[in-house]
Design a protein around this ligand. Structure first.
Ligand code: TXA
Ligand code: MG
Length: 343
């Protein structure tokens, strides 16, 4: 398949919208990461997204709309809390899981009776959804399992020849995917952390917001299982975390966590050891507390290091337990298959 390369000008957006209306697939920029879009109400089109990404078809997708009022097409129930979050955070990097109407195909929601909805802030995304005249289902525009795409070239690298068109816009402002919050229960529950933090949601809602157990379990799992650490002599992961592998670079990856000075020293030491043994090593070490920058750069750094062909990536853990740094750590841990060394 020849993949059209489009710009964000009006004519090209029109062409892209036509492809979406006809059941095709278009990658487009959003403020978080690039998305791979299809008509959310067309089950066959949505099935093609799974195919192009090589993704298991029970994984539900986020449905993107261009006006807040369009959420009514997708859900029968707008609680006061949902309306508050719409007012405070849309357009922007917040996805809400709400009860779904029957018009949303099961294919789009992976058979769930809920649907994830987001109103992105990126102008190109808004223009595309408007021109297509339908909500657009869009997972991140990467091959399943590889780092999320934050630059047009990342999408080309993964999906050229597999989809109908790519809108080549700017680099994504945020760099990690939207915060996903489940609004179907009594207590709003964060299913995926992002740059809109639990604290920000609580401030807007005036009530408690919790993290889904799986996020807490993942954190605990890492904290409690010393078998996941590595010693000098045993650099290979013992690998219980492999089943979590996600956003994974081609290189092996290890996170080093601890006091900043110790982390720096340990990374230098491991780098030296590995280089002596003939491995090439890439390092990801963000400035202390520079969480927004870390979010912006993390996936791009993984992809760049893969292009350089390094064997091993050593990454310094971010010290943040529930803010933006926590959201980046969520991705970093998955990328590394939960391999972590404490110093
Ligand atoms: O920033 C983003 O959200 C990007 C851009 C393109 O908008 N999209 C994105 O989509 O990250 P994807 O498919 O890579 O991630 C969607 C996440 C998954 O973790 C999925 O399990 C969750 O949202 N999700 C979708 N629908 C859901 C539902 N009905 N219930 C619970 N989780 C849902
Ligand atoms: Mg994704």
């Amino acid at each position: 398949m020849k993949t059209l390369k489009l710009t964000t000008n009006k004519q090209d957006i029109e062409a892209a919208a036509k492809i979406i209306r006809n059941g095709g697939l278009v990658a487009f920029p959003t403020e978080t990461v690039y998305g791979l879009g299809a008509n959310a109400l067309d089950a066959d089109a949505v099935a093609r997204v799974y195919e192009a990404k090589g993704r298991p078809s029970d994984n539900p997708m986020i449905v993107h709309i261009s006006r807040a009022s369009d959420i009514g097409q997708l859900t029968p129930m707008l609680s006061p809390d949902i309306v508050t979050l719409i007012d405070n955070f849309w357009p922007g990097p917040l996805t809400m899981v709400v009860k779904k109407k029957p018009t949303v195909p099961d294919r789009t929601t992976g058979g769930l009776d809920t649907v994830a909805v987001r109103l992105p802030e990126s102008q190109a995304a808004i223009d595309l959804i408007n021109a297509a005249c339908c909500p657009i289902a869009a997972p991140s525009a990467n091959l399943s399992g590889s780092p999320s795409p934050t630059r047009a070239q990342d999408v080309v690298d993964d999906l050229d020849g597999r989809i109908d068109a790519i809108i080549q816009g700017d680099d994504c402002r945020v760099g990690i995917e939207s915060t996903v919050v489940d609004m179907t229960g009594e207590v709003p529950t964060i299913l995926r952390p992002g740059i809109i933090t639990a604290e920000a949601l609580e401030a807007a809602l005036g009530k408690e917001v919790v993290y889904d157990k799986s996020l807490e379990e993942a954190a605990r799992h890492v904290a409690l299982d010393p078998a996941l650490g590595v010693s000098e002599s045993d650099f290979q992961p013992k690998s219980p975390g492999m089943k979590y592998k996600h956003y994974a670079p081609k290189a092996d990856m290890l996170i080093v966590e601890g006091e900043r000075e110790n982390v720096k020293k340990e990374i230098e030491r491991l780098k030296g050891l590995n280089e002596k043994l003939g491995n090439t090593v890439g390092v990801i070490l963000f400035e202390e507390k520079a969480f927004i920058e870390a979010a912006h750069d993390f996936f791009a750094r993984l992809r760049d290091l893969d292009k350089e062909g390094v064997d091993l990536i050593l990454a310094g853990a971010l010290s943040d337990t529930d803010g933006v740094g926590f959201a980046v750590m969520n991705r970093m841990l998955k990328s590394a298959g939960y391999k972590i060394a404490r110093v």
